[in-house]
Design a protein around this ligand. Structure first.
Ligand code: GCU
Length: 439
């Protein structure tokens, strides 16, 4: 009898729950600057107990750890450390790949480039979760600085080089050539426009990339697959600050760095971590936590990335949590429609990267990501950068289209849509030349 009542009650809750869901009003993003609510940002240079942070040491020892902890607890969740049994298997090394068509203007050193592929086994076991790294390095002397970035469609989508291992991981079926959630030969090179390898390599930088779905497939499965399944305790309830997918992808970038530190071809003190969109959010969180990344670049990262949450312009905390319930930690949902109660905002994420160079980039038509909010969080990280002895951000007003700011906090907004475009890459290489130092 009791069981039947419980079952009946459960049914009622389900019906009410579904009705509530169905009744949810359609989300209408605000794109009107005059409707941005008045807000006050938490001060990165005042501790939780109200003490001003007036010197680098207090920042380093008190405030920085405090802010990191706030982001772990309230936004991205807490990831494990480096696994005890991490192994690296370099399964491909070719020092004479002809990647680019022979032209008279092709710079020396990239007529042939080096391709290397490495499997990072996260539990040390052949059948455990693993990440495949794809690396292209210019043959311009060693070691080389690199850009490290996750990709959306598999390493084989980066260019048509048949030597790239075709990903066997789960993949979104809407991607070119993907059949039954698996890549096929037809998927090769489908994301090439986001990887202008010739331009990057010719300027002396390597590119290191991995498919983000190797780390955690990007759908909500209750954290069963990917690294969550491998590293979480299966028997214990998930704590509200357990790592979401963004934290998992960021953790994967740190594992890539673990490998790069062992590779004599790479200058691991000059690794710029970069990401577009959800992977821009990821790059920022990776760079904030892992100080081995010498430079951090956010391309159109938007809500939960560089954009200030309190502006509620374009995508909001509520909307991102509803559509992507697996991206952040459970605690972040407490701030749906209550952004002003967040103990942090995204300028503090940028501040965590200080004094290392950071570049935030927006696109004019990418209003969903709130270009102005992206600029403002970079701008509001300036006091921390200055406290740590850098030039911070050189401008106080948002620059015009195509007018990049190249101070230690860099920024640009370019015409066009949400994308990782050639213009963006050219500015990142300029920024790296300036701040990572030329060979
Ligand atoms: C969606 C999402 C954004 C995200 C983007 C992407 O638009 O709302 O937050 O940045 O996807 O990753 O492409």
């Amino acid at each position: 009898m009791v069981r039947r009542i419980v079952a009946w009650l459960g049914g009622v809750v389900l019906v009410v729950g579904q009705a509530a869901w169905a009744a949810q009003p359609e989300f209408k993003p605000n794109y009107d600057e005059s409707k941005v609510p008045a807000y006050e940002l938490p001060d990165p240079l005042v501790t939780r107990d109200g003490r001003p942070v007036a010197d680098a040491r207090t920042w380093r020892e008190v405030r920085r750890p405090e802010i990191l902890e706030l982001f772990r607890t309230h936004v991205y969740g807490r990831a494990p450390g480096r696994p005890a049994k991490l192994t690296f298997d370099v399964f491909d090394l070719d020092r004479a790949v002809e990647l680019f068509p022979a032209t008279a203007t092709r710079p020396a050193g990239i007529a042939h480039v080096t391709r290397k592929q490495v499997t990072i086994r996260l539990t040390g076991q052949a059948d455990g979760p693993s990440i495949d790294l794809l690396m292209y390095l210019p043959n311009l002397g060693r070691p080389v600085p690199v850009f490290l970035l996750l990709n959306f469609a598999g390493n084989h989508a980066v260019c048509t080089d048949p030597g790239i291992r075709l990903s066997r991981s789960w993949m979104r079926s809407s991607y070119p050539g993907v059949v039954d959630n698996r890549a096929t030969e037809a998927s090769r090179g489908s994301a090439a426009s986001r990887f202008p390898l010739d331009q990057i390599l010719a300027r002396g930088y390597g590119v290191v990339t991995a498919y983000y779905g190797d780390i955690d497939p990007d759908f909500d499965d209750g954290f069963k697959n990917g690294v969550h399944g491998a590293f979480d305790r299966p028997d214990a309830p998930r704590p509200p600050d357990a790592w979401g997918s963004i934290a998992a992808w960021a953790w994967g970038l740190s594992r890539a760095m673990d490998y790069l530190e062992t590779d004599p071809d790479v200058d691991s003190r000059r690794v710029a971590v970069l990401g577009h969109s959800r992977l821009g959010k990821t790059a920022l969180w990776a760079g904030a936590q892992d100080e081995r990344f010498a430079m951090v670049i956010s391309n159109n990262s938007g809500c939960g990335g560089a954009a200030l949450s309190r502006r509620c312009f374009g995508e909001t905390v509520t909307r991102i949590n509803q559509h992507f319930p697996h991206w952040f930690c459970e605690n972040f949902k407490r701030y749906n429609d209550r952004e002003s109660e967040l103990p942090v905002d995204q300028h503090m994420l940028i501040a965590l990267i200080a004094p290392r160079p950071v570049y935030v980039a927006s696109a004019e038509e990418d209003r969903w990501a709130d270009p102005k909010g992206e600029f403002l969080s970079a701008r509001h990280a300036d006091p921390v950068y200055r406290l740590l002895g850098t030039d911070g951000m050189a401008v106080s007003d948002m620059p015009e289209l195509g007018q990049p700011v190249m101070s230690t906090i860099g920024y640009h907004i370019r015409p066009g849509k949400h994308d990782l475009a050639l213009y963006d890459w050219q500015r990142y290489v300029d920024f790296a030349d300036k701040h990572l130092g030329k060979r």
